[in-house]
Write a protein that binds this ligand. Structure first.
Ligand SMILES: Cc1cc2nc3c(=O)[nH]c(=O)nc-3n(C[C@H](O)[C@H](O)[C@H](O)COP(=O)(O)OP(=O)(O)OC[C@H]3O[C@@H](n4cnc5c(N)ncnc54)[C@H](O)[C@@H]3O)c2cc1C
Length: 307
């Protein structure tokens, strides 16, 4: 079984940055991903908030990050869907679904990201990434002066709605319960002139043939149905951390996120977290990269301490 100093699970921005920093700290590094390296930014049309690059296509930024990792001979990238990590004689044994392959490492950085919770209703698959988005910071500008619906009523939904309402012509917030975010934020949103809120609704389906045209929903109180016309929809009904295989490690909080401190260390020695899968407030490329850098440095200290 091949042995590494540091194994990084997930080759998104967090994992790739961790790989670069670990290699520069003289570590032998394994970077595993179940898909092509790049993570969520591969499917992001434009990234406009990563300093120094202006506007860049997400796949292009992912490619540049991966190219950077490949400048280090000590980084091995491999495809592998990690299904289990167990401890054996002071080593972490990483087991992949494909051909039951196993790797050993002294330290592991968990950087597996999140995925958006979806409504799973008719029409959603047709307009995914083409009318329906999960990131207002990323895609909101496309809907300047247009009609938009936000689905959800929690903190993310309300904060992103306030942001969107400043850009779009009309913003309709449709939520399964009432707005449950911070009351000051809810009041601010309700006071915005172009915002209408429909609480206590069941979202039934998205309408449109080639193009999204609206959202159809039904009141859970009165049974009344509405279809609101719109050009775009943003869904904020929560994120799901991609951490299922980590349950037995003792590193997750109740919500399934990797619980880390400011040094990206978990409470289990030798396990570090980075990027969207850890407990944090702002899930963006730049924060993922920053986490990756910190996690790699701490992982390298851990490996050195055992030598
Ligand atoms: C539509 C959209 C647009 C966005 N636009 C922007 C933007 O404009 N600017 C910005 O800063 N941020 C943007 N973001 C957020 C940004 O993409 C994320 O914050 C960032 O990608 C997080 O990086 P990460 O490395 O933590 O996780 P991810 O990018 O999610 O990468 C995690 C990686 O782990 C892999 N993985 C998961 N489970 C396993 C497993 N069991 N075994 C092996 N590999 C596994 C995945 O395949 C994936 O490649 C956007 C997000 C979305 C969804």
């Amino acid at each position: 079984m091949e042995q590494f100093d540091v194994a990084i699970i997930g080759a998104g921005p967090a994992g790739m940055t961790a790989a670069i920093y670990a290699a520069r700290a003289d570590m032998k590094v394994l970077m595993l991903d179940k898909l092509a390296p790049g993570g969520q930014i591969i499917n992001t049309n434009e990234i406009q908030n990563y300093p120094g690059v202006g506007t860049i296509n997400g796949a292009e930024l992912a490619y540049q990050m991966f190219e950077h990792t490949q400048q280090f001979e000590s980084i091995t990238f491999d495809y592998g869907t990690v299904r289990e990590i167990r401890e054996e004689e002071g080593k972490k044994i990483i087991c992949c679904e494909e051909d039951d392959r196993e790797f050993a490492a002294t330290a592991v950085i968990l950087a597996t990201g999140t995925r958006p919770r979806c409504l799973e209703i008719p029409g959603e698959d047709n307009f995914r990434g083409n009318g329906i988005s999960w990131c207002a910071i990323c895609d909101g500008a496309q809907y300047r002066d247009r009609d938009v619906v936000v689905i959800g009523g929690g903190n993310s939904a309300v904060e992103e709605s306030i942001f969107l309402a400043g850009i779009v012509k009309s913003l309709t917030v449709v939520t399964m319960f009432d707005l449950t975010a911070d009351p000051i934020a809810c009041d601010k949103l309700r006071a915005m002139p172009n915002v209408k809120v429909y609480p206590y609704q069941d979202i039934l389906d998205f309408t449109g043939e080639e193009k999204l045209t609206g959202v159809h929903f039904k009141s859970t109180e009165t049974g009344e149905e509405h279809t609101v016309s719109c050009d775009g929809v943003f869904e904020y009904i929560g994120l799901i951390p991609t951490t299922e295989f980590m349950k037995s490690l003792g590193v997750l909080n109740q919500m399934g996120y990797v619980e880390v401190d400011a040094r990206m260390t978990t409470k289990v020695p030798g396990f570090f977290g980075a990027g969207d899968c850890v407990t944090k407030n702002l899930r963006q490329v730049i924060t993922a990269c920053a986490d990756g850098a910190i996690a790699a440095q701490e992982a390298a200290h851990y490996v050195e301490s055992l030598r």
